[in-house]
Design a binder for this molecule. Structure first.
Ligand code: ADP
Length: 360
């Protein structure tokens, strides 16, 4: 309103009805139509028309003085009734038509936005229900699978009596392998739904070295009979970091376990951690099968597995997507460099201190 009033005064001192800049009011009209409600926009259009036409009338009737800008505009048109009528009519109709169009378009956009918001809320709710469902199912499956696995171990170990028939032994071993994969799969699904469902990060101060030790201890037995050199290099005097310890352990475990899994016997896996300013950079590098060029853009997608992975190398395609989720939730970045047959190099950054506490 203040703006409209100032513009009216300015027009009054620069020729009134003779000043073509009166049409600059259209910008106010469009902005109001976009930002305010329908009622407020038409109210504003009415005020603008009333103020300007009122001004023209006052000048025409000689009640208000006329300030011509002689060197720029032809004067005395303000006394011509036809001119004043035509300009007033064109001006007011322009303002109302502009209001009508802007309000209609804005209302349609607002409606679309509302529909999109509602659809988005419904999707979020469905996503939450799906996560709940996955969590419930994987949780319910985990215990019976673990029991079947231990019972098979009892049988295969001969603790329930010797398994003499080689054919039966072989079948039992195959069942064991399948159950082992299913157990692994449900564990990954459970990790996925559990970490995604956590609304807050459980921030603690801890040493990266402890986390790497834990991850290596869990990953090592998974290497089986393979012979792989493991080198861990942690920069001296690395400060303790503030992060969700369990989730960061999960990331290291996944990257190290993958490096072991996708590197053939005789290869090398190297874990390095260094600090630069307020950030630490961790790297897990291997000399394994690498990732084909065409698969690189999708490597962090849920359930994606690269084309060069042998069918016998079991996996779910969930670990990397979850690692990316965890690192980004900690305001870090994760990236990969690789070439098929030439190993892979996963690198991620983490802030040492939590500055952005919005996610905590
Ligand atoms: P999983 O290993 O269970 O399949 P991940 O999400 O951990 O699932 O990894 C997704 C895919 O990325 C793997 O299937 C594999 O194709 C590729 N990948 C991950 N890490 C490596 C690695 N160190 N070397 C080669 N390929 C890898």
């Amino acid at each position: 309103m203040l703006d409209i009033l100032s513009l009216t005064i300015l027009i009054h001192f620069t020729g009134g009805v003779e000043n073509p800049f009166i049409f600059y009011f259209i910008f106010h009209t469009i902005l109001t139509g976009m930002l305010l409600s329908k009622k407020e926009s038409y109210f504003q259009a009415g005020i603008v028309s009333l103020l300007t036409i009122g001004l023209f009338m006052l000048e025409y009737l000689g009640i208000a003085p006329h300030h011509p800008v002689r060197e720029f505009l032809s004067a005395d048109l303000y006394k011509n009734p036809n001119y004043v009528f035509v300009v007033s009519f064109v001006f007011a109709s322009t303002i109302f038509i502009a209001t009508f169009f802007t309000v209609s378009v804005s209302e349609r956009l607002r409606l679309k936005e509302k529909e999109l918001k509602e659809a988005n809320l419904k999707l979020l709710e469905k996503d939450r229900l799906k996560d709940e469902y996955v969590k419930m199912v994987s949780h319910d499956l985990k215990s019976p699978l673990a029991s079947i696995q231990s019972l098979l171990e009892v049988l295969l170990g001969g603790f329930a009596g010797p398994v003499v028939d080689e054919k039966i032994k072989e079948i039992l071993q195959r069942i064991y392998k399948k159950i082992e994969f299913l157990h692994h799969y449900t564990k990954d699904l459970l990790d996925l739904s559990r970490i995604r469902a956590e609304k807050h990060l459980n921030i603690q101060r801890f040493n990266i070295k402890d986390v790497i030790d834990t991850a290596v201890d869990i990953a090592m037995p998974k290497m089986g009979e393979k012979e792989i050199d493991l080198i861990v290099e942690i920069q001296d005097n690395l400060p303790a970091i503030e992060a969700d310890k369990e989730q960061i352990t999960y990331v290291f475990l996944n990257l190290i376990a993958n490096a072991f899994k996708y590197t053939p016997s005789g290869g090398k896996v190297q874990v390095t951690v260094s600090q630069k300013n307020d950030t630490i950079t961790a790297e897990v590098r291997d000399t394994g099968i690498g990732i084909p060029h065409e698969d690189m853009p999708r490597i962090f997608e849920e359930f994606f597995r690269a084309g060069n992975v042998a069918k016998t190398t079991k996996g779910t395609g969930l670990g990397l997507s979850l690692a990316k989720y965890v690192i980004e939730r900690h305001d870090g970045k994760i990236m990969v460099e690789s070439e098929s047959g030439k190993g892979a190099r996963f690198r991620f950054t983490l802030p040492i201190k939590r500055i952005n506490i919005s996610h905590i």
